[in-house]
Structure formats: structure tokens, C-alpha cells
Design a protein around this ligand. Structure first.
Ligand SMILES: *Cc1c(COP(=O)(O)O)cnc(C)c1O
Length: 422
């Protein structure tokens, strides 16, 4: 569910007509709904009611400061994967004890930053990382709380580029080796084992792979406790999918996910942490673009937009589907059209959709890409020297630009000229 609906023939973000935002900021742009962001956070929070828990927003999916502040004020913790994300979380007012640090390649400066600024736990992904963390913590006179990310070797049945829980993936340590690795952790100074971490992938549309992973985690919890470790926390990762193609997929709801967690892990008395990203931010955002041209090809029509792969890379990178809808609601019974929807970038990969049957739009019309809040703006670039597109946050009948579009001069001024070229 989201808060982008047609009202009086015009697509709205909550109570704000999209056309009004477009008139003020120009296209293309991203727009996010406060009501959808907070609703999705509360769905997860309520799904785990009855268990001690913390919902940590995976901020790599959408990391604008205004969005982080919105979720932090609703009570979310944050899952960070870099020093930059850690700094963003702190800047948004998230206390260190609500931040978990994930990622396979944490560097020494990142460890130092989090140990100094405060951290709930590091989700450690290798013995080499554990050894370095021990050294850094000892040097700073701190103790690093850790979980070890285990790789349960389950097939998440998702796109290969976002599956992380098979033994062939770079993530975590093989679950069969977990007891040895925890024994090693217990022997290291400056490190305190607090739990287990698992994250098997993204955009999962079934509960079964999660349940298979969590059952392995339950068994491991008991084995590790028998070995004398304190396992008080289970970090279950993120990954619940969203219905990008509304007509086609119905992923499980957070309530069903929460019920499955209680069933597989509820008896262990652990605090549960989850790290949803996409399900909180995905349907909370649209990317809005203008039609620059409709071009007749040899055997098809191209819809050429002013947005491109540098603004939203998911179709090019993951073959992802985004529903593309007109901002002005089509009249009932109007004939649809079929387009290849493309951007202006000089790459054939700059294609948002092929042979897409959608409303018949024309030059100058506005279109909106649905479910673009997650892995949209955060993955954008200035390829082809196209300045990063602005982000807008709506709250009821108010809206604000939360990241302005840089001017060409601002974009150019980030480069510096070495003295020998002056
Ligand atoms: C990407 C990621 C998430 C979030 O995944 P979503 O599919 O956006 O929910 C959570 N945890 C870790 C460790 C991740 O890498």
C-alpha cells in the first residue's frame, strides 16, 4: 500500500498534486511519502510486538537525511554498511546503540569511527575482520559487541545480483564453520559475542527461504549456547520483497513474516533485530519524468524521457520492472499504447521497459515510476554529466525539497584543476 493515488484525475503524493511539485522543481525528480515510510516501519514494528525487538532500517536503500530523521523519530534503528552511512545515521539523530554495522569489507577507520561514536553491534563477516576488530577495540580501550553473519546456504529464489545466502556468495561465514568461528571470537580480547546475524538476499517474494534460514539459526543458537556462548540477539537481516509489478506478484506481508519469526525463533528468548530496507522505502517513492519525444522506430514506438539510467539504474542493472503511470489519469476507456521506454543516455542499456503497454502519453506529459523509493536515488550518478535529480518529501499537504538539483556550475565546481593546467 502507498499514498500515491489519483484524485480528481491527478496523481497525488498524499495531499499534494504531483503536477504542482513538477511545476516548482522541474523534472525529473524523486518524491517520497512520509505516511508510507512511517506506515511501513510501524507494520514491521507491530509484526514483532510481543518479542523484544528493534527494526533497523537498511539505509542503503534510501539515505536522504530527511528520510532518516522521519524514520528515526518514528523509533527506527539503522543498519549501516559504511562509514558514510554511519555518519549519516548519527547526523539524523540516531543514537549509537540503535545502529548495527553490516558489510563484508569494514575498514579500520570505519571500526574506529563506530567504536568511538557508539555502536549496538558489528555484524562480523569473516575471521580476518574479527581479528582486526579485536585489535582496534583493544587499542581504543573499548569492547566491540559482535554477531557473526552466517551463510545458511539457502536459495533465496531472487535475482542473482541480490542473492546473498548461498555458499557461493561472498557474504558471511559458512554455517557449518560457525562453532569454530565463535570459539575463536570468544578467545579474542576486546570482542564480546552477543548474537547471530543472517541476511539471505533482497526482493524475496516467498517466506520459505527465510523460514529455512531461521530454522538453521535456531539450531545454531542452541548449539552455541551449549558451547557456552551468550546468544541474546538474533539479527535476521532484511530482504522482504515488494510488488513491483502490481498485477503479478503478491509478496508476503510483514504480519506474516513476523508470525513466521515468532514460530521459528520465538521460543529462544532472544531480542530480534530485522533490517528491512526495500519494504519500508520502495513503495514510499516515485520517480517523476517528462516525455521529451515519442519517436517512431522501424517496428516500435520509443517513449523518450528526460530521466535516464543514471537516475534510476534498477532496470538496467537487475532487469527490474517498474510500473510506469501517467500523472494525469487516463479517461475511462481510453486506448493504451505500447512503447519502449528509454532515456537520453548514450547506451542501449538505457532502457526502462521494452514493449510496455501503458497509457498513451505524448510529448510534454508527466509519467511516474512507481516503487522507486528504494535503490533509486541512492544508486544514481551523474553519468553523461546529468546533475543528480532532486528529492522531495511530502507530508500531508506540505512538501519540501530535501536535496536540491545542482546547477551545472555547482556540478563543474566539484572538479579541481591542477596547477600545471592553469
Ligand atoms: C541490503 C541489505 C539489507 C536490506 O535489504 P532489503 O532487501 O532492502 O530489505 C539488510 N541487511 C543487509 C546486511 C543488507 O546488505
Amino acid at each position: 500500500m502507498d499514498h500515491f493515488l489519483y484524485r480528481d484525475g491527478m496523481l497525488h503524493a498524499e495531499d499534494v498534486p504531483i503536477s504542482e511539485i513538477a511545476a516548482q522543481v522541474g523534472t525529473p525528480f524523486y518524491v517520497y511519502s512520509t505516511a508510507t515510510l512511517t506506515r511501513h516501519f510501524h507494520l514491521f514494528d507491530e509484526a514483532l510486538a510481543g518479542l523484544p525487538h528493534l527494526v533497523c532500517f537498511a539505509m542503503k536503500s534510501l539515505s536522504n537525511q530527511a528520510v532518516l530523521k522521519t524514520l528515526a523519530q518514528a523509533g527506527a534503528g539503522m543498519d549501516v554498511v559504511s562509514g558514510g552511512e554511519y555518519a549519516r545515521a548519527k547526523a539524523a539523530g540516531v543514537p549509537g546503540d540503535r545502529i548495527v554495522f553490516s558489510g563484508v569489507g569494514k575498514t579500520e577507520p570505519e571500526m574506529e569511527q563506530a567504536l568511538t561514536g557508539g555502536i549496538r553491534q558489528f555484524n562480523v563477516e569473516s575471521e580476518a575482520e574479527m581479528a582486526l576488530l579485536s585489535q582496534v577495540a583493544m587499542r581504543l580501550g573499548k569492547t566491540a559487541p559482535i554477531t557473526v553473519r552466517v551463510n545458511p546456504d539457502v536459495d533465496a529464489k531472487t535475482h542473482a545480483k541480490i542473492a546473498t545466502g548461498k555458499s557461493e556468495n561472498k557474504f558471511g561465514i559458512p554455517i557449518d564453520r560457525a562453532r569454530d568461528v565463535y570459539a575463536h571470537a570468544a578467545a579474542l580480547p576486546g570482542i564480546k559475542v552477543v548474537g547471530i546475524d543472517v541476511h539471505i538476499g533482497s526482493q524475496l517474494t516467498e517466506l520459505a527461504p527465510f523460514a529455512a534460514a531461521y530454522e538453521k539459526v535456531a539450531a545454531l543458537t542452541e548449539a552455541l549456547r551449549a558451547d557456552g556462548h551468550t546468544i541474546d540477539r538474533l539479527d535476521l537481516g532484511g530482504g522482504l520483497g515488494i510488488p513491483y509489478e502490481r498485477s503479478n506478484i503478491a509478496p508476503p506481508l510483514p504480519t506474516e513474516y513476523g508470525a513466521m519469526i515468532k514460530e521459528t525463533l520465538g521460543h529462544l528468548g532472544c531480542e530480534i533485530e530485522i533490517e528491512p530496507g526495500r519494504l519500508i522505502s520502495g513503495n514510499a517513492g516515485l520517480m517523476v519524468a517528462s516525455v521529451v519525444y515519442v519517436k517512431d522506430g522501424a517496428d516500435r514506438q520509443f517513449l523518450i524521457l528526460d530521466a535516464a539510467m543514471n537516475d534510476l539504474i534498477r532496470p538496467a542493472m537487475y532487469d527490474a520492472w517498474h510500473d510506469i503511470v501517467p500523472v494525469v489519469e487516463p479517461a475511462p476507456g481510453s486506448e493504451p499504447a505500447t512503447f519502449d521506454v528509454v532515456g537520453p543516455v548514450c547506451e542501449s542499456g538505457d532502457t526502462f521497459a521494452k514493449g510496455r503497454t501503458m497509457a498513451a502519453v505524448a510529448r510534454g506529459d508527466l509519467v511516474a515510476f512507481r516503487s522507486a523509493g528504494a535503490y533509486g536515488a541512492v544508486m544514481s550518478s551523474e553519468y553523461n554529466s546529468r546533475p543528480l535529480i532532486p528529492e522531495v518529501l511530502v507530508n500531508g499537504d506540505q512538501f519540501a525539497v530535501i536535496r536540491p538539483r545542482p546547477t551545472f556550475d555547482e556540478m563543474i565546481a566539484r572538479d579541481t584543476i591542477p596547477s600545471w593546467l592553469d
